[in-house]
Design a protein around this ligand. Structure first.
Ligand SMILES: Cc1cc2nc3c(=O)[nH]c(=O)nc-3n(C[C@H](O)[C@H](O)[C@H](O)COP(=O)(O)OP(=O)(O)OC[C@H]3O[C@@H](n4cnc5c(N)ncnc54)[C@H](O)[C@@H]3O)c2cc1C
Length: 392
């Protein structure tokens, strides 16, 4: 059996590893000329670490970064609003969460897969399929034939557009800056990470190994708004210092120590979850192509990893002759969980990005009042990955 994956992001690479482990000859087609993840961190929650465990990769991934610290939310002044200890979470979820550098994770996946299985500079423009197989079409006029095609081509997926038309993703109403910094002194004690909430803005940070700290910041903003040039009074650093300069330590210090040209800004999007199969025949979608979500729960890549493992299991169980039914089974198994996470992430973003100071104060009081066991139950629902039951 031969599978073709469009997109060599975390979802596409993990799917290729999982399918090859399931005995499927798999090639990944990536439009970029070289593989370079954005210079930022990634929280791999316990569910992703456990799913990677099914591919024999969880130990390697854990060694790559650092164990994620407690799930701690602070106010912009530094008062604790919630603090769920990491060891309690780990006990409940059966695995620790890990904070890694995106490029490190991409490198690890690529080494495991084998670079020879990724074709770079291959931009897919669509596909054609018939009873016997599927043909991927590329912008240079070339074609590739296989038994299955997986669109892991991200938020603005070409494969999704070919399947369902080009409906635009939904702008969340806020933008995010992120960067990695090697602080000159221990600005952030080892193992400490947090997310702080203000009015219409949030800041979060975590260690990601190798003495590096990843931070992100959000702010309500019109879609498409851009920072001024690096070094100018409207550049990213100046903008962030205006927004976060008065926040608790070490927020401003982390921003100040970051190389300005390393700060990346992206508007945030999701899509309304599909309530029907997200593929047709021998074609399916995976990761952001299928279910893009806001990053409020840190689950976009984690869900892509879960997709990959479940997809490979469905394909292995059905075999070459049953590709369409294996793909529909995969979509059925994943649809409800990812739809819930997309909606929950969107709702959390609305609360986190509240701007009215009175509502923010009420929000902070309410957050403090939520008992730990309720917080834990919420985390459990998002981060508990049940290996076999995910397929049954
Ligand atoms: C600010 C921010 C913070 C986040 N934090 C977290 C976090 O902590 N934890 C977490 O789990 N998730 C997080 N996410 C979400 C996560 O980044 C994404 O969900 C994840 O990267 C999606 O992976 P993917 O492989 O599906 O898609 P992508 O990473 O978008 O990869 C798609 C690939 O397809 C390629 N491609 C596109 N079109 C074509 C084409 N026509 N032909 C060939 N190739 C093509 C692209 O070049 C790209 O390489 C965050 C997102 C943001 C914006």
């Amino acid at each position: 059996m031969k599978a073709m994956i469009v997109g060599a992001g975390i979802g596409g690479l993990t799917a290729a590893i999982a399918l090859r482990r399931a005995g499927v000859e798999t090639t990944v087609f990536e439009r970029a000329g070289e593989l370079r993840e954005v210079g930022a961190g990634l929280l791999l929650a316990a569910n992703a670490v456990r799913a990677l465990g099914e591919l024999g990769l969880s130990e390697k991934v854990r060694r790559l970064g650092t164990p994620a610290s407690a799930a701690r939310i602070l106010s912009w002044r530094g008062e604790t609003l919630t603090d769920v200890p990491a060891d309690e979470l780990e006990k409940r979820l059966g695995a620790p969460s890990a904070a890694v550098h995106r490029a490190d994770l991409q490198g690890l996946l690529l080494r495991d897969l084998g670079e020879e299985n990724v074709r770079l500079g291959a931009t897919c423009s669509g596909f054609e399929q018939d009873e016997a197989g599927v043909t991927a079409l590329f912008v240079d006029g070339s074609e590739e034939r296989g038994d299955a095609l997986i669109g892991a081509d991200g938020l603005n997926s070409t494969i999704r557009t070919s399947l369902f038309g080009g409906e635009k993703p939904r702008y969340a109403g806020y933008t995010a800056w992120r960067a990695v910094v090697e602080p000159s002194h221990e600005l952030l004690p080892w193992g400490v990470g947090f997310e702080s909430w203000g009015s219409g803005a949030r800041f979060g940070c975590a260690h990601i190994g190798g003495g590096r700290v990843y931070w992100f910041a959000t702010r309500n903003a019109p879609e498409g708004e851009k920072d001024g040039p690096v070094g100018s009074s409207s550049g990213p650093k100046a903008t962030l210092m205006k927004l976060f300069g008065g926040w608790h330590q070490p927020v401003a210090e982390l921003i100040a120590e970051t190389e300005e040209c390393e700060i990346r800004r992206d508007d945030l999007y999701d899509r309304e979850p599909l309530d029907r199969p997200w593929g047709e025949g021998r074609v399916t979608l995976l990761g952001d192509a299928a279910h893009p979500m806001t990053p409020n729960l840190g689950q976009g890549a984690c869900q892509a990893i879960e997709d990959a493992v479940v997809l490979a299991r469905c394909v292995r169980e059905v075999g070459k002759d049953g590709v369409p039914s294996a793909l529909r089974r995969y979509e059925d198994l994943r649809r409800e969980r990812v739809a819930w996470i997309v909606r929950r992430s969107r709702a959390l973003g609305r609360v986190g990005q509240l701007e009215n100071p009175i509502l923010c104060r009420l929000r902070d009081v309410a957050l403090r009042a939520v008992p730990d066991r309720i917080q834990l139950r919420q985390f459990e629902r998002v981060m508990l990955y049940k290996e076999r039951s995910a397929v049954r």
